[in-house]
Design a binder for this molecule. Structure first.
Ligand code: F6R
Length: 600
């Protein structure tokens, strides 16, 4: 979703800002802009489209040592040059970039800014005009900034330039992520450390409702009462090479191929010196104290939660409910007496999930976040965190984070089971090793999977994924992957459910991808395939070795039945990748989507 960068120092800032914005491209955006300030004033460059389009219009001869930049994912107003950030106050003294949503912007407009002519349709312009209004009324810029913030309802990460304070970037945040990066003779601002790794890996985290006065050689953090806050910095444990594509044509393909290594990393990270799987005792106590686990997540992470429910119920024998976070927010089920909330989120920033976390914390319930991003909002705010160790996931379509989520959920289930003297029935370390090898085999079968993708999806406008039990959940994920990057309308169904309505959509040649990895339902899912074939469907059966039959299109290696989602998803990820490639779609940055969905 939207991204923010800022720089103040001794070097020319244009290239630093543009490079920073390029690092945030993966998060999804539809327009971008930068503002740089020098002795001649503030120069704003913005454009609809890609950073490459913005680069074309940035005047190379404008030199400046201070600037801010933004990638916008439209919420208020269409994607356009006018609506893109930075936005300026009427006199052009103040220039602002903003991530988040101001819920009461219309009210503020009517109450405070009735005589102001607005240029854009955005909520952001209201903020910058309010700051100017309060300065006209006699406040200094910091007081005006603070007063404006106290009137805002909603989420914001802000970076502000003031033409009359040419040595300062004013920064604030509430609910939307924002960091200040430290350097020698310069400081930076970024909504994601990755953006500014090019210049520094030392960052200071900001808390909600804090303001930072960022100068070249110092930063001052204040709360909204103007009291100074001290905070130590941390080193972002990110390797700049992790966020490069290397020789890969797309991040998605690189991240699919990284999955065997991620499995091994997870096994290592969760193993103690005796070679046993281990999880912080307080997390296991929280699991054991719960009479029911509520998994809260969105999108792919929700699909991982559905599989996680099977792991926890079958291995640790604790009942689990899985909920879509945006639904749970306003439609809370009757809770059990001692619930434990488990938030699954690759980014750790999903606003819908965070809204639930805030709510259940107020109710006094315990929470655990399973995330890929240490220090992310959901990680900071939950009682406990388990990390995915998947490395940065840049492609919008989640792949390695999904399999990492499954592996960590399996480990959580396994360690909890053992703490309850339950025998999970298999050696998870050994089985995850087999999973890792199986993923490697599948990643080596790209040619065959590309062929399958062409054969089944070359010209179709829709596709169905079917499975039973755990295969159904993987089908949901396969359908999501396909639709989000290839724009083929794809849906996942429980094998037995298709005939209750959706079978009406089956026509000659409609692709139906069926998963058959579970012995107990192998014959029933094949029965469902026959039903659609009788109506003209073009079936693609993906089965597991040992259960395979002549009619199958692809056979995955054999792993423990409960762990099949970790590998049956790989051909589905690759099928989606090749379908998008053949349709000339932007694989890593699909239209309308954002990597980190920070608005509710
Ligand atoms: C799909 C995808 C999304 C995310 C969803 C939740 O490939 O990536 O569906 O899974 O937006 O995001 P996180 O996991 O960051 O909370």
């Amino acid at each position: 979703m939207c991204g923010i960068v800022g720089y103040i120092g001794v070097n020319d800032t244009k290239e630093i800002l543009l490079k920073g914005l390029e690092k945030l491209e993966y998060r999804g955006y539809d327009s971008a802009g930068i503002a740089v300030m020098n002795a001649n004033g503030v120069h704003v460059f913005k454009e609809k489209g890609r950073i490459a389009d913005l680069r074309e219009i940035v005047a190379l001869d404008v030199m400046a040592n201070i600037g801010i930049g933004h990638t916008r994912w439209a919420t208020h107003g269409v994607p356009s040059r006018t609506n893109s950030h930075p936005h300026q106050s009427s006199s052009k003294r103040f220039t602002l970039v903003h991530n988040g949503v101001i819920e009461n912007y219309d009210l503020l407009k009517r109450e405070y800014l009735a005589d102001v002519t607005f240029v854009s349709e955005t909520d952001t312009e209201v903020i910058v005009q309010m700051i100017e209004k309060f300065v006209y009324e006699g406040l200094d810029v910091l007081e005006a900034f603070r007063k404006t913030l106290t009137l805002l309802h909603g989420s914001y990460a802000l970076a502000l330039l003031d033409e009359q304070n040419s040595d300062t970037i004013f920064v604030a945040k509430n609910k939307s992520p924002l960091l200040v990066g430290l350097g020698s003779d310069f400081n930076v601002v970024a909504s994601d450390a990755m953006a500014m790794l090019q210049v520094t890996n030392e960052y200071v985290e900001l808390m909600d409702k804090e303001i930072v006065i960022v100068k070249k050689n110092e930063i001052t953090i204040q709360n909204l009462d103007g009291e100074t806050v001290t905070r130590t910095s941390y080193i972002a444990e990110l390797d700049a090479s992790d966020i490069e594509k290397g020789t890969y044509p797309h991040y998605m393909l690189k991240e699919i191929d990284e999955q065997p290594a991620v499995m091994r990393k997870i096994i290592q990270a969760y193993q103690n010196e005796q070679g046993e799987l281990t999880i912080a005792p307080e997390i296991i106590t929280a699991m054991n104290n719960a009479d029911r686990v509520y998994i809260i997540a969105a999108g792919t992470s929700y699909h991982a939660g559905l599989v996680g429910k099977q792991f926890i119920e079958k291995m640790a024998k604790i009942p689990v409910e899985v909920h879509i976070s945006s639904e749970f927010g306003y439609n809370m089920p009757l809770l059990s007496e001692k619930p434990l909330f488990v938030f699954i989120s690759q980014s750790g920033e999903t606003a819908d999930s965070r809204a639930v976390l805030v709510n259940i914390k107020e109710m006094g319930y315990q929470s655990l976040t399973i995330t890929n991003v240490p220090g992310s909002t959901l990680s900071r705010e939950a009682d406990h965190t388990l990390l995915l160790h998947a490395g940065p996931e840049i492609a919008v379509a989640s792949t390695k984070a999904y399999t990492a989520q499954l592996a960590v959920l399996a480990i959580l289930a396994d360690v909890t089971a053992k703490s309850r003297n339950l025998d999970p029935g298999f050696d998870l370390i050994h089985e995850l090793g087999l999973v890792s090898n199986a993923i490697e085999v599948l990643c080596d079968s790209k040619e065959l999977i590309e062929h399958i993708s062409r054969e089944f999806l070359a010209v179709t406008r829709n596709a169905f994924f079917i499975g039973r039990g755990i295969d159904y959940y993987v089908g949901l994920e396969g359908a999501l992957k396909l639709k989000e990057i290839s724009y083929i309308q794809a849906e996942g169904f429980a094998g037995g459910e298709l005939k209750h309505g959706t079978i009406a959509l089956i026509e000659d040649g409609t692709p139906v991808i069926a998963l058959a990895t579970q012995e107990s339902v192998n014959l029933s899912i094949r029965g469902n395939v026959k039903e659609v074939v009788a109506r003209g469907a073009n079936p693609c059966i993906i089965s597991m070795k040992g259960l395979n039959m002549d009619e199958d299109s692809f056979v995955i290696p054999e792993v423990h039945e409960l762990l099949t989602p970790l590998i049956s998803v790989i051909p589905l990820q690759l099928i989606a990748y090749y379908a998008a490639l053949h349709r000339d779609c932007d694989v890593d940055k699909p239209r309308n989507l954002a990597k980190s969905v920070t608005v509710e």
